[in-house]
Design a protein around this ligand. Structure first.
Ligand code: XMP
Length: 638
């Protein structure tokens, strides 16, 4: 049997390993389930949902993932119901629970509203799945349909209001949860999965990270042989670990590295990166300074020439141009190094979540495309067809990459670096030529204002859009800003920030304006014309540096998974200035994330000083703090 996830560098594991099968219903969270299972040192495989029951007999547990479909849709993916009679413990998650209910004689009903976001559930019956956990807990629900009648012999074990949140058939060891235990926003998700795997399915945990590292190293040796490998090193932890893996598995003379300063890097990042790489022992390292090449670059998208980049506003087009230019420069560098592209491997630092979010066919046949990542450009696809792409990190999630890096002897300053996207600051300057508006703009602005008044605040819908992920689909929606004399009770503010997108799906992001003067007009119609330009990038780079330094000096960086500043094209009428949005998120998998808490994780005093400094030093009218989780917003704004 083959996995839908090509185990590119992994040997077939020892057959004595206990295995978990994750049947992929197409959710973007499927690989997070896989990661959670592996985190418990348990070997797992992601298999197509249609895998016949007879092929699953050697597995010790089966998990049915969630998915974007409704069981009522004509093309709803189905599975072999015999799986439920194999005597193997089964956990159905979200869509998976509905499939179980459907097959065992229960009733699934289309939901009136789609349930997105955090919800409270109550455990209503003692059971092994929630063993040792509090009766009331927060979970992430992400599906419209619900199980309205359980199959015979099933017992309801948790509820959210009148919605069945979890059910079980203990004799058959079949469990179903309507929510996503695998994601961070589900408070006790980790413990729920551990209970299922270790208590219900009695798995021992015989597949630790060390053996996965050894498999990756021997797989790399086998795949590459005596060939050369070219690696683009951004300076982030992913590519540093890729380089470290290559250096560990291969001879130093086989490894060629290139660092491209795109002009979208953080303050002095390129120099720091290059020095760090040399101390890693890399012998062949080239460092290019290419901002002009990028800003003037164009690319061909489906026969249409797009660009130059300095005139482009569409985020996906920006990513495409940057990705293509990256690899054009890479190709030239390879030629200048006398490396033959027909024989040289290109190593990429791609992680598992990157592959999921770009709906990569090698990872999931069904997952909806969430966002194009720069490392999936046509040039790389061509190289992939030749079998010359290696992605030694494809098996790891972010915190696992850090652990692997430390195991390989990389210093803390390298492995603890916060992630930074390939397109860098280019996707943190929100580029626009026209205000983003719909017919409902003014009435939406009014509704948000009324909602905000509950906390004595002004509410605005700003005429800009940012990217989000609502349900299993990505969205470009409005940004809401709350301003005025705000309370410093974080929970009150957060609840409002949760409520707004829940009630108004046209809004996927909510920010708190930290400065009280100048106040925002009641309705903001216009935007500041914004493109990628050296001075705009310098402005954002300088502010980003000030923000990062302030947080670093206050000892806040270790509490925050990713801290970023976004240049937002709104200002007081006619000033042609900008606003800055601060985004500080806490996450370990980047599939879901929550904003860092103001007042506890980030002291108000520090934010207030920082805001005053930014307003007084730069052409910035408002400093905002992004209070949105992922979902409904993504970490980045574009
Ligand atoms: P989102 O915005 O999708 O981000 O919630 C999740 C993580 O991915 C990073 N990210 C990117 N990384 N190229 C990258 O290499 C990209 O185009 C890109 N977009 C987002 C983001 O910084 C976060 O860590």
């Amino acid at each position: 049997m083959t996995s839908t996830l090509p185990e590119q560098h992994a040997k077939t594991p020892e057959t004595s390993l206990q295995k978990v099968a994750i049947l992929d219903c197409g959710a973007q969270y499927t690989k997070v389930i896989d990661r959670r299972v592996r985190e418990l040192s348990i070997y797992s495989e992601i298999l197509p949902l249609a895998t016949p029951a007879k092929d699953l007999k050697s597995y010790a547990a089966i998990i049915l993932s969630g998915g974007p479909n409704s069981v009522f849709a004509d093309d709803a993916p189905d599975f072999d119901g015999e799986i439920l009679h194999l005597g193997i413990p089964v956990l159905g998650i979200c869509y998976g629970m509905q499939l179980v209910a459907h097959h065992m004689g229960g009733t699934v009903q289309p939901g009136d509203v789609k349930e997105f976001g955090e919800t409270t559930i109550e455990i209503t019956q003692e059971n092994p799945l929630f063993k040792g956990l509090p009766n009331i807990q927060t979970v992430l629900m992400s599906h419209g349909d619900k199980v309205s009648q359980m199959p015979p012999d099933f017992i309801g074990i948790a509820h959210s209001g009148d919605i069945l949140a979890a059910m079980m058939q203990p004799a058959k060891k079949i469990y179903g949860v309507q929510f996503h235990p695998e994601v961070e926003l589900t408070e006790y998700g980790h413990a729920i999965l551990e209970n299922f795997l270790k208590t219900v399915a009695e798995l021992k945990g015989d597949y630790p990270l060390e053996s996965r590292l050894q498999e990756t190293l021997s797989g790399l040796k086998q795949t590459v042989g005596k060939a050369n490998v070219f690696v683009l090193v951004s300076g982030g932890v992913d590519s540093a670990v890729t380089a470290a893996l290559l250096l560990k598995a291969l001879e130093p003379d086989q490894v060629y590295a290139l660092h491209i300063d795109t002009g979208f890097m953080r303050h002095e990042e390129s120099d720091t990166v290059c020095k760090a790489l040399q101390s890693l022992g890399l012998k062949h390292l080239q460092h290019l300074k290419s901002q002009d090449d990028f800003l003037n670059a164009t690319t061909d998208i489906d026969g249409r020439i797009v660009g130059p980049l300095k005139t482009v506003t569409d985020p996906e087009e920006k990513r495409r141009i940057i990705g293509d230019t990256f690899f054009k420069l890479t190709q030239e560098a390879i030629l200048s190094m006398n490396l033959d592209l027909n024989r040289t491997f290109i190593a990429q630092g791609t992680l598992r979540p990157d592959l999921i979010e770009s709906g990569n066919a090698g990872v999931s046949q069904i997952a909806h495309k969430i966002k194009t990542h720069h490392n999936d450009v046509p040039l790389i696809q061509a190289q992939r067809e030749k079998g010359l792409i290696i992605e030694p990190n494809r098996d790891w999630h972010k915190d696992e990459v850090r652990k692997i890096g430390a195991m390989l002897g990389l210093s803390d300053s390298v492995v603890q670096r916060q992630p930074f996207p390939g397109p860098g600051l280019a996707i943190r300057v929100l580029c626009t030529e026209t205000p983003f508006k719909t017919d409902a703009f003014e009435s939406l602005n009014h509704s948000i204002h009324q909602k905000a008044q509950g906390l004595g605040l002004q509410g605005n819908v700003l005429p800009v859009k940012s990217v989000g992920v609502q349900g299993d689909f990505r969205s470009y929606s409005f940004l809401a800003a709350l301003s005025g004399n705000y309370p410093t009770d974080w929970e009150q503010l957060r609840n409002l920030a949760k409520e707004i997108p829940n009630h108004h799906p046209q809004i996927n992001r909510v920010a708190l304006v930290l400065n009280q003067t100048p106040s925002l007009p009641k309705l903001i119609h216009g935007i500041t014309l914004t493109h990628l330009a050296p001075e705009t990038l310098t402005l954002l780079r300088q502010i980003d540096f000030d923000v990062t330094e302030t947080f670093r000096q206050a000892g806040l960086m270790s509490k925050i998974s990713q801290l970023l500043s976004v240049l937002v094209p709104v200002s007081q009428p006619q000033t042609n200035r900008h606003s800055i949005a601060l985004r500080a998120v806490v996450t370990s998998d980047y599939m879901t994330a929550r904003p860092a808490r103001l007042g506890s994780e980030i002291p108000w005093e520090i934010l207030k000083h920082l805001t005053t400094h930014i307003i007084e030093t730069y052409p910035i009218d408002w400093v905002m703090y992004d209070m949105t989780s992922k979902p409904p917003a993504t970490v980045e704004w574009e």
